[in-house]
Design a protein around this ligand. Structure first.
Ligand code: FAD
Length: 404
């Protein structure tokens, strides 16, 4: 049985950053990353943006060049899936058994699939891995009409790219607005208008009955109303299920993710969890237990674990931030808007450059900034300090945020 001082499960953003940060902190022990994809760690955000559009080759998505891992003494065990964790024996099963001193679980999540007939026929795609997108792109030449199920960031980004590629795109959202889980109403309505202006057929408050097929390929999406939306391609973007089964089976606490403490320790000895799969009490969500699906969270949690393993432990405390590119709109968000009781508009959405500042009991908890990088950069301090500026000045674009 091979043995590594630190074994990282998942060769994604969090796993890669954990290894990078450990070496930066002069960790001298052996490190291995076991990942079930065949590629070395790469950036996932471009998968629904420039990589899907064909504007960025895969090599430019790599988090580090392949030689980096060898030079830093990080063993890559790719194309291997961990199926079981034996916490008492400090070993995992990934085909063979692999022993560890410390296990860092950074396995992210897998796309949730639809529960309806036709969900697994050819022409139905998810966007989570490079392989997913390569398959999807392979189907594009034979595709005129695309139905995107789910009006979250990934579905909307894909809709924007495919519209630009000349496809007829329909987006289906079960809620009464897009981005309902993550953004305030005004932002949702702005993006709904943008997509419609670009020719997307956006349907809100609709539910899917099934995916109709012909000869094993999707030929349309049937709504609960009975209407059939004919298409050659379906993209399902309805969120992820955290990949934590082996850990939960080994006895770790959790459910929707694996529960971790302030230093990303699970309830099992010498096992940490980071990134999309880590259920943690977040200071920017009033201490509520949440999972954050963002590069920021993956990297900052990885850094927190590296600090703990190199003797400089400090709790995970980082302002959440995120971005999304759709058409020529760059959205940058800072903080978490969930739970806001007031949203203040800075600027005019008609100019396609504006910000929404979210308040809770008069204090700034988050900003969504569309083509407004200055607000995003300066607004961070307002979120960090939970500032309580005068709402009239906050709405005044003549006042720069750093003066508040
Ligand atoms: P992942 O990057 O998903 O890595 C986990 C890895 O573990 C995967 O390779 C997985 O296959 C592997 N794995 C799972 N189970 C096992 C197992 N049992 N054994 C071995 N390996 C396993 N975030 C932003 O901040 N901004 C964006 O604009 C943005 N856009 C996105 C667009 C898309 C299309 C997607 C999919 C995500 C986007 N995200 C964005 C989210 C961001 O990519 C994730 O939050 C981030 O990748 C999380 O990192 P992670 O390491 O936790 O998980």
């Amino acid at each position: 049985m091979s043995h590594h001082d630190v074994l990282i499960v998942g060769a994604g953003h969090a796993g890669a950053q954990a290894a990078i940060a450990l070496r930066q902190a002069k960790f001298a022990g052996s490190i291995a990353i076991v990942g079930d994809e065949s590629e070395p760690p790469y950036e996932r955000p471009p998968l629904s943006k420039d990589y899907l559009a064909g504007d960025k080759p895969f090599e430019r998505l790599l988090i580090r060049p392949p030689a980096f891992w060898e030079e830093r003494g990080v063993t890559m065990l790719l194309g291997r899936r961990v199926t079981a964790v034996d916490a008492a024996a400090h070993a995992v099963t990934a085909g063979d058994r692999i022993g560890y001193g410390t296990l860092v679980w950074a396995a992210g999540g897998g796309p949730r699939s639809l529960v309806c007939s036709g969900h697994d026929v050819a022409g139905v795609h998810a966007i989570r891995t490079r392989a997913d997108v390569d398959r999807l792109v392979g189907d594009l030449p034979a595709t005129t009409r695309v139905v995107v199920i789910g009006g979250g960031y990934i579905g909307l980004e894909a809709a924007a790219v495919l519209t630009k590629l000349g496809k007829q795109v329909t987006v289906l959202e079960a809620q009464d607005r897009v981005l309902a889980r993550v953004a305030g109403e005004a932002l949702s309505h702005f993006y709904e208008g943008e997509h419609r202006a670009h020719g997307v057929d956006l349907r809100l408050g609709v539910t899917v009955d099934c995916i109709e097929q012909q000869d094993g390929r999707a030929r349309g999406v049937r709504l609960d109303s009975g209407e059939l939306l004919p298409c050659e391609m379906v993209i399902v973007g309805i969120g992820i299920t955290p990949s934590v089964e082996p850990l939960l089976a080994a006895g770790a606490e959790g459910g929707n993710g694996v529960r971790v403490d302030g230093q990303c320790r699970t309830t099992l000895p010498d096992i940490f969890a980071i990134g999309d799969c880590a259920l943690h009490a977040n200071a920017f969500a009033d201490g509520a237990e949440i999972r954050l699906e963002s590069v920021q969270n993956a990297n900052d949690m990885a850094n927190a674990v590296a600090r703990t393993l190199t003797g400089t432990a400090t709790d995970y405390y980082a302002v959440p931030w995120f971005w999304s590119n759709q058409y020529d709109l760059r959205l940058q968000t800072v903080g978490l808007s969930l739970g806001h009781d007031r949203a203040i508009l800075r600027g005019d959405p008609a100019t396609r450059s504006f910000s929404l500042v979210y308040l809770q009991q008069g204090r700034v908890i988050a900003l969504d900034c569309v083509n407004a990088t200055r607000d995003y950069v300066q607004g961070r301090a307002l979120v960090l300090n939970r500032a309580a500026p005068d709402p009239v000045r906050l709405a005044d674009t003549g006042v720069v945020l750093k003066d508040l």
